[in-house]
Write a protein that binds this ligand. Structure first.
Ligand code: HEM
Length: 423
């Protein structure tokens, strides 16, 4: 495994992934606040422009932000691929993604078209820079693992998602919403959520679940074939849409792939070889269960508004998993960097972030997802409660990450040799 040979000069400075992780909950807070300033009916109607803006606070500000940050850390660790100028690269990608998301979302939320020009241009810089460098590095990797292969597919899916997104943005800028517009939107959504997000999550899980939780490996068939099948069916889905063929059979295929992944993931986590308690497992289990439920919902429940499905997939599956992953990555990185700098007295990985705070965050976050989910059946009032809890959970997430960063910075400032003089 590459991580065993990872040295400090190969890993990016800790500030590189941290800045992405700390920015994501800020976008979460912004998303929650939207519910206090705009009518709920508008926000849950996916065709409204406020909803498009809100959705991208999530897909760009949270999802892409965490994925971009984590990838810069994981490329050397999981793929042995090293970004040459990590700080410059992070500066360009982080700044353009943050500002691009703000301008893009604001242009839809406040219906100011001029902002869309700026937003789309900045997003083009963020995505094209990120994927150009990633493609260059990942397609050169010689030692091919299932994770590296999934990262390649993720790169292709990410490029297709962003090109489709930029094309859609251009259609809005030029007021040219043609008859095929919603085919492109549908493809953009599927490539984004299934290709860009889920394929990467699968690929990373193949290594991270056994590594972090001393758990069983995924079966070889799942590791080697499922990500490839997902990308293939995405491409076939595009053809079906434009040929106006019924896509139900393809939805069944996606669901089978994801259900297989979830069942094996949950099985691996439940049959860990070293079953010590770890609060981040709650996030993983919640997330995989929600992926299962979302697929069943997508297949069997006729969709009126897609709101329930969006909550289950976006918050239940994606955001839960990313939070669980960050709570594992941050302590690991802090420990790794301090250890590599020669510090002897380092808090253990479990002491880096207070476990009770992570639990509190988990409960509030889960309650928020629950209230969002019951709101379509009961009343919009529950959306407001859910949004409030969502804001609080993001504040807690931010605090936990910042506290770990501070703990790291304080120890990093000290001289490692002090440990000897004190003793
Ligand atoms: C360069 C980056 C991106 C740009 C410029 C972009 C642009 C757009 C635009 C203009 C729309 C509106 C389509 C319409 O209804 O007319 C849209 C919809 C959508 N995009 Fe993106 N997008 C980007 C990245 C992403 C990513 C990475 C994801 C997910 C991982 C995503 C998920 C979605 C979803 C779910 C919708 C549907 C919104 C709705 O139905 O209300 N986008 N995108």
């Amino acid at each position: 495994m590459f991580n065993q040979g990872l040295s400090l000069d190969q890993a990016p400075p800790i500030s590189v992934p941290f800045r992405f992780f700390i920015t994501a909950p800020l976008f979460g807070i912004a998303l929650g606040l939207l519910f206090f300033f705009f009518p709920t009916d508008l926000l849950i109607n996916r065709y409204s422009s406020v909803a498009i803006g809100g959705i991208h606070l999530f897909t760009l500000g949270i999802l892409s932000m965490i994925i971009f940050g984590a990838m810069q850390q994981m490329m050397p660790v999981l793929a042995g691929a090293i970004i040459k100028k990590p700080v410059l690269f992070a500066n360009v990608v982080h700044t353009s993604l943050t500002l691009g998301t703000l301008f893009f979302s604001a242009s839809f939320i406040f219906e100011i078209k001029a902002l869309l020009h700026v937003g789309a241009s900045l997003l083009a810089i963020a995505f094209l820079t990120f994927f150009a460098v990633l493609a260059y590095l990942i397609f050169k990797v010689k030692f091919l693992t299932s994770t590296v292969n999934a990262m390649k597919l993720f790169t292709l899916a990410g490029i297709i998602t962003s090109v489709l997104g930029l094309y859609l943005a251009y259609s809005h800028i030029s007021n040219d919403i043609g008859s095929l517009h919603y085919n492109f939107v549908y493809l953009h959504i599927l490539f984004g959520l299934f290709g860009f997000a889920t394929i990467l999550i699968m690929g990373v899980s193949f290594q991270v679940i056994p590594m972090f939780y001393v758990a069983l490996d995924f079966p070889k068939f799942i590791q080697n074939k499922i990500p490839l099948f997902v990308l293939t069916v995405l491409i076939v889905f595009g053809m079906f849409l434009f040929l106006q063929l019924d896509t139900y059979v393809l939805k069944v295929l996606f669901s089978v792939f994801f259900v297989l992944f979830c069942v094996h993931g949950l099985n691996s986590l439940n049959k860990r070889r070293r079953p010590v308690f770890d609060v981040t497992l709650w996030y993983w289990k919640l997330s995989l269960t929600f992926l299962l439920l979302s697929m069943l919902n997508w297949l069997f429940v006729p969709q009126d508004s897609y709101f329930l499905l969006a909550i289950m997939f976006g918050l239940g599956f994606l955001y839960s998993l990313l939070q669980g992953m960050i709570y594992k990555i941050i302590p690991f990185l802090a420990w790794f960097h301090l250890n590599s700098k020669g510090h002897m007295i380092i808090p253990t990985m479990r002491e880096m972030i207070n476990e009770d705070m992570i639990k509190l965050h988990f409960f509030i976050y889960t309650a928020s997802v629950f209230f969002f989910m019951i709101s379509p059946f009961l009343s919009n009032f529950f959306v407001i409660i859910a949004a409030l809890l969502f804001i609080i959970s993001n504040i807690l997430f931010l605090m936990n990450c910042v506290m770990a960063a501070n703990k790291y910075a304080q120890i990093a400032k000290t001289n490692p040799l002090d440990a000897f003089t004190q003793g």
